[in-house]
Write a protein that binds this ligand. Sequence first.
Ligand SMILES: Cc1cc2nc3c(=O)[nH]c(=O)nc-3n(C[C@H](O)[C@H](O)[C@H](O)COP(=O)(O)OP(=O)(O)OC[C@H]3O[C@@H](n4cnc5c(N)ncnc54)[C@H](O)[C@@H]3O)c2cc1C
Length: 395
Amino acid sequence: MSEKPLHVIVIGAGLAGLTIAQGLKKNGVSHVIVDRETAPRGRNWGITLSWADPLFEKLLPPELYTTLQACQPDKDLTAEAAGQKGILIRDGSTGKAMTEAHMPLIRRMQIQKTKKHLAQGLNIKYGKKLTDITTDDSGVTAHFEDGTSETGNVVIGADGGASRVRRWLLGEVADQEVMPYAFMNFPFTLPAEKAVWLDKEMNPNVDASAHPKNMYIGLFLLDKPIQEKPETWIFYLLTTWPLTTREDFENTENRLERLRARMDGWADPYKSVVEWLPDDIPIGKDQLRIWHTKPWDNHGGKVTLAGDAAHSMTFHRGQGGNLAIKDADEFVTQMIAVQEGKLSPGEALKQYDEGVVERGKEVAISTAQTDAFHDYANFKESPVFKMGIRPAGGK
Ligand SMILES: Cc1cc2nc3c(=O)[nH]c(=O)nc-3n(C[C@H](O)[C@H](O)[C@H](O)COP(=O)(O)OP(=O)(O)OC[C@H]3O[C@@H](n4cnc5c(N)ncnc54)[C@H](O)[C@@H]3O)c2cc1C
């Protein structure tokens, strides 16, 4: 058993780290949570929280769980009504449904609002960029760029797809892979009449499409800042296609031009939306990066990973956020067992790591889904047709 009282150091205040910290706090486990950022990052999107919703309820204090609707792009849509609408995948050339997946509950959660919501009640230390980790017989120390450090018994790296903790654990084996697809993710608004049209036309959770020319477009709502003013509603568009041209390989700045050049043969709502975008709409540089989970040595129960740090995947099957919450639940359960003296940190993290590595198989499944969105002839053989958005399994 651990000689010192349990103290957990959570690196990263994203979905995974915040959920872990909330779960540890709810169960009286001593912890600290740090993040390198000093201000929220610009990038925003929504996640479809489906099968992990009951785990969220278990981990969050009731006052945060019962007010989660505030994080939705559309605050008026209940999780039950959203579940009935399900997610929609269309043929991009006709606009007709190819498949729909339904769940009893679906919550669309805007990631920036969710992070702000989940940060409530936590004492997050911002501006702490992890640079190194050291271990000795008595515990583990996380070192930060500003010269400070935190010491405890367990470090959990919830520091995202390019995780520093993962690099410390695995060296070059931790390197992400860049997938050979162009990727764009950008928000937009529309004049009131057009915004109302799109809002009615599209599925309120996920409106994604595969086009026979082997291209993906998804349309989503990001926010309705003023319900009665449709011109304020913010939507966003995700698109991916295989890299073929020099400009795509170089990811040149003329992104809207490159997207528009591929829109012949597209049906509504995608066709009209891309036509209506302002010519000067900012579209940032992006790439699809993944990391296939490989086992790590947790240094006798001192260092482990969660969320995108443990399994970074593409968004095409909507699993990354759900798995981050599953990791949080499994980790908190193990830490409670350590706190109660039922397991040593070594035993607890052995069990946790086995589960997280098993769940990492989703990276390959999501990758197969990404490839399938760009292989129209075989699209109906893909995971979303066979499994919907259900979890792949694992502990
Ligand atoms: C466009 C898009 C759509 C998606 N759609 C869905 C969906 O529908 N359903 C779903 O389940 N998932 C979805 N996902 C995936 C989901 O958003 C992620 O899996 C989830 O947000 C990952 O959370 P995280 O906490 O693991 O990582 P992050 O949110 O990346 O958080 C990591 C945190 O660690 C901090 N950090 C990084 N390095 C350091 C360091 N050295 N020191 C200290 N702090 C550090 C960062 O500042 C950050 O705050 C989508 C993702 C994208 C991009």
